[in-house]
Write a protein that binds this ligand. Structure first.
Ligand SMILES: CC1=C(CCC(=O)O)c2cc3nc(cc4[nH]c(cc5[nH]c(cc1n2)c(C)c5CCC(=O)O)c(CCC(=O)O)c4C)C(CCC(=O)O)=C3C
Ligand SMILES: [Fe+2]
Length: 328
């Protein structure tokens, strides 16, 4: 190897017991103007699953699958819950790691899915004397490994539809909605979040009819976010005679809470109400091609880091307290 002496898996983090849910949510929304009512609603989603988000175990599974394929130690740190990035950074420093590659469990460019992780990595490093240098591996939304995993899982979901609908099913790709202003400034020249999602979706769709829609909208109601919402879109499709749908959560890499609640609970209930046959494709998870992709990324020439102006933080009006809603 040589280039890196460790691999650091960087993820979102999630609660693993009921008492962890509120403190986790406070970490996620600190200073972001998410209304209290929305937070209480989301808390109920987590408590409905026993206070356990699936995301941490999914990270452990991914790491276990990666270990045999990479010849450096693999570490794991989260942005919003234990194991926190700074604690992991301390462990890496104590183990003598000097230069680690970082694999982020978010595939696309935007403040929330890229820059915020970079900022959190930088903050964690600044807290830890002797912290290793961190080289963030490149965006992988169009990597053949990610696309192959999603294509396989989409095929499996098509096969779970009643046979008579398989040939006419519409693929509905979903991703986390973000504020319209964040989407406009995503990537080096704006619009990259949606453009990258469309690239990935069209590679997975392979000629079948498809749409890209949004899920998990947060934030204050007066701030515009990307639309349409997946549930509204299912209504539109049902009204226009669509026979069946396969939901493909192309915007995420594991079946975490936004997938099992917002799609498998909420969107699935909507489809039933509409009498619309629907299945949901698994995310990349521990698909062998997704796992081997990480090993391949480690062997690539060192990635060019994102420009400092890429995916800027959403602007908040000067002089307003951080807890207040963002304004456009
Ligand atoms: C683009 C994007 C991704 C994809 C990229 C990536 O994967 O990073 C993503 C992933 C995730 N989002 C997650 C959870 C949450 N996101 C929230 C809130 C927000 N997400 C946003 C964006 C994104 N989020 C934004 C702009 C907000 C508003 C607040 C803010 O400006 O930051 C909130 C607050 C409550 C609410 O939903 O209102 C929660 C609880 C989990 C964990 C799931 C689990 O626990 O299993 C995951 C993987
Ligand atoms: Fe989120």
């Amino acid at each position: 190897m040589g280039r890196y002496d460790a691999l650091l898996v960087v993820s979102f983090g999630g609660p693993e017991k009921p008492e962890d849910v509120m403190p986790f949510l406070e970490n996620v929304v600190r200073g972001r103007g998410v209304p209290r009512e929305r937070l209480m609603e989301v808390e109920a989603h987590y408590q409905g699953f026993g206070g356990v988000s699936p995301i941490n175990q999914q990270c452990r599974d991914l790491i276990d699958a990666m270990r045999p394929l990479v010849d450096v130690p693999v570490y794991w740190g989260n942005r919003n819950w234990h194991p926190f990035l700074a604690d992991t950074m301390r462990k890496m420093a104590a183990d003598g790691v000097t230069r680690a590659a970082a694999f982020v469990t978010a595939a696309y460019s935007s403040y929330s899915s890229c820059r915020q992780y970079l900022d959190d990595l930088a903050r964690a490093r600044a807290e830890v004397p002797g912290a290793p240098e961190i080289v963030r591996l490149r965006h992988y939304f169009d990597h053949p490994g990610f696309i192959a995993a999603m294509t396989d899982h989409t095929r499996e979901a098509l096969d779970r539809l009643p046979a008579e609908h398989r040939d006419h099913a519409r693929l509905v790709f979903t991703a986390h909605s973000i504020p319209v202003s964040m989407a406009a400034s995503a990537g080096p020249s704006g619009g990259a979040y949606e453009a990258q999602l469309r690239t990935a979706a069209s590679l997975v769709a392979g000629g079948r009819p498809w749409d890209l829609v949004w899920q998990s909208r947060s934030g204050p109601p007066q701030v515009p976010w990307l639309e349409p919402d997946v549930c509204d879109h299912l209504e539109t499709l049902a009204a226009s005679g669509t026979e069946a749908v396969v939901l493909v959560p192309i915007g995420f890499v594991s079946d975490h809470m936004e997938v099992v609640y917002d799609l498998d609970t909420e969107a699935a209930a909507k489809a039933r109400e509409l009498g619309l046959p629907m299945t949901r494709a698994a995310t990349a998870g521990t698909h062998p091609r997704f796992v081997s992709m990480v090993a391949e990324l480690l062997e690539e020439p060192e990635p060019v880091p994102c420009a400092a102006t890429c995916c800027p933080a959403p602007r908040r009006p000067a002089g307003r307290p951080a807890q207040e809603p963002d304004q456009e």
